[in-house]
Design a protein around this ligand. Structure first.
Ligand code: C2O
Ligand code: CU
Ligand code: CU
Length: 492
């Protein structure tokens, strides 16, 4: 049995605890302080019996940044830094953060705004910062070519011109994306447009409109982040046994007895979640990755693969005094406890009456089909048999031409597929439109690819043409991406 697994199981009983203590003594004395903390503190957090004791936590909500215009431009200044963060009581864990000890602030943008983000890299190593879901010029994309050397800054400036949605930013350095995200480099971007502002949706940030970055992590016995995938774990994706919401282990949130909007990002490297509530209540999905849905859809669970977002609205009107949790059905983990202990302060609209002004293209108008096979060659992850090569352009995609991108997962494992700088709709999954789930009927930029499956996407690059700067498409299981399951295209 692996040591970590042993320790985890050992905590099931007091006898186990003593045994584990002895085992650990032989290992490291550094971990003893953590163990003592665990033994002395109350055992209220039984669902996470890791060695260090989770810092009991209210949900942390990243600050929302909405800079004033200076000469017509809203300037964001962010610092990519080494830091330390308290995941566990009395333990300071080494992390990376973006103007923060872990993760980064939420950037608020309105459609039509000119914005500039200056990222300063104070790490001891190079990185990049990509706007995932952002429709931006290739030179502003923050992909593997826009390297920010230590001590240097890089500025992404563009006009925000896309529909309301929840995007995110994260590093994209070739071969290092997984590790940099793992250490804490990621943050959210809220994009609002005229429609999203006008609609009577919950929109009070941190009150009834809350961002949730869901991640799983491995911590070593002294409470430090452990990113050390073996070859097998690179293949399967690196999975953790401790779950974080906005950098907090099993937090709670004090909610109003009203409608609550949750903007969920699967910010994990590899894990696929099935989000649901512990009392199996219904909720509404209102948005997918890159737009609202045509209209809200009522469901009991939603499956998200890495990089995907979903916005849901859950009705807490009759729940004053009640408490239940957001959970992952796949692992059985409770991720976030909702304590409904505040009276409704905001009116709630009837979601049934909402419809969004979406017009989707029709596949009959597509002019060509491209095929992308997710597979393996020479022991590495590939697309169409090729590993990512920064010096090779794989596809030339004409501006404003509607195309079908047919993705095939030929393997017996999970993958997904993400395209930069655009959004797509899903025509069919495994040959039928009936297999497209509700949250997939919005504009999206990541599509889950279960083992041995196919999807057909309808893709159009509508924004920027640039023969010299490439965009990426890739599997968003970050170990796979770093291993080579990525390709480049230019828009011509
Ligand atoms: Cu979320 Cu190529 O990125
Ligand atoms: Cu992206
Ligand atoms: Cu993959």
């Amino acid at each position: 049995m692996e040591r970590r697994e042993f320790i985890k199981q050992g905590f099931g009983s007091l006898a186990g605890m003593i045994l584990v203590t002895n085992v650990l003594e032989a290992y490291s004395t550094g971990a003893m302080a953590a163990i003592n903390t665990y033994l002395l503190s109350d055992n209220s957090n039984k669902s996470h019996p890791g060695i260090p004791h989770p810092a009991p936590g209210e949900l942390f909500i990243p600050p929302l940044i909405d800079p004033n215009k200076i000469n017509g431009v809203r300037n964001f200044a962010l610092n990519i830094q080494e830091s330390s963060h308290t995941f566990f009581e009395g333990i300071s864990t080494k992390t990376y953060g973006i103007s923060s000890s872990y993760l980064g602030p939420t950037l608020y943008m309105r459609r039509g705004d000119d914005i500039a983000i200056t990222y300063t890299n104070t790490l001891a190593e190079p990185t990049t910062m990509h706007g995932h879901g952002m429709h931006v010029p290739a030179a502003m994309d923050g992909g593997p070519h826009q390297i920010i050397q230590p001590g240097r800054s890089w500025r992404a400036s563009y006009r925000v011109n896309q529909k309301a949605c929840t995007n995110w930013y994260h590093p994209h350095l070739m071969g290092k994306t997984a590790e940099h995200v793992y250490k804490g480099l990621a943050g959210l971007i809220y994009i609002e447009d005229e429609e999203s502002i006008r609609l009577d949706l919950p929109n009070k940030y941190a009150v009834n409109d809350i961002p949730l970055v869901i991640q799983d992590r491995v911590f070593d016995t002294s409470g430090q982040l452990d990113y050390s995938p073996t070859t097998t774990q690179i293949r399967q994706g690196y999975m953790g046994n401790t779950f974080l919401v906005n950098g907090v282990i099993s937090p709670y949130f004090n909610a109003e007895a009203s409608l609550l909007r949750m903007r969920i990002l699967n910010g994990s490297n590899a894990r696929v979640y099935r989000f649901s509530f512990s009392d199996q209540r219904d909720f509404h999905i209102i948005a997918g990755d890159n737009s609202f849905l045509p209209k809200p859809v009522r469901v009991r669970e939603v499956r998200l693969s890495p990089g995907e977002r979903v916005e849901i609205v859950v009705d807490l009107k009759g729940d004053l005094g009640n408490s239940f949790s957001l959970m992952d059905l796949s692992s059985g983990e409770n991720l976030l406890t909702l304590r409904v202990n505040k009276r409704a302060n905001s009116s709630a609209s009837l979601l049934k009456q909402l419809t969004f002004t979406l017009k989707f293209p029709h596949f009959a108008n597509a002019v060509r089909t491209r095929r992308f096979d997710l597979g393996m060659a020479n022991m590495h992850m590939t697309i169409n048999g090729k590993r990512m090569d920064l010096n090779r352009i794989d596809e030339y995609v004409p501006l404003n031409e509607l195309e079908i991108w047919e993705i095939r997962n030929t393997m017996n494992m999970n993958h997904n597929f993400h395209i930069h700088a655009t959004h797509f709709t899903i025509i069919e999954r495994n040959g039928s439109s009936a297999n497209v789930s509700p949250h997939e009927s919005a504009y999206k930029d990541v599509i889950f690819m279960p083992p041995n499956s196919t999807v057909k996407l309808l893709v159009k690059m509508t924004d920027y043409r640039d023969r010299n700067n490439a965009y990426m498409y890739h599997c968003h299981i970050l170990e796979h991406e770093d291993d080579g399951m990525m390709g480049q295209f230019v828009v011509t």
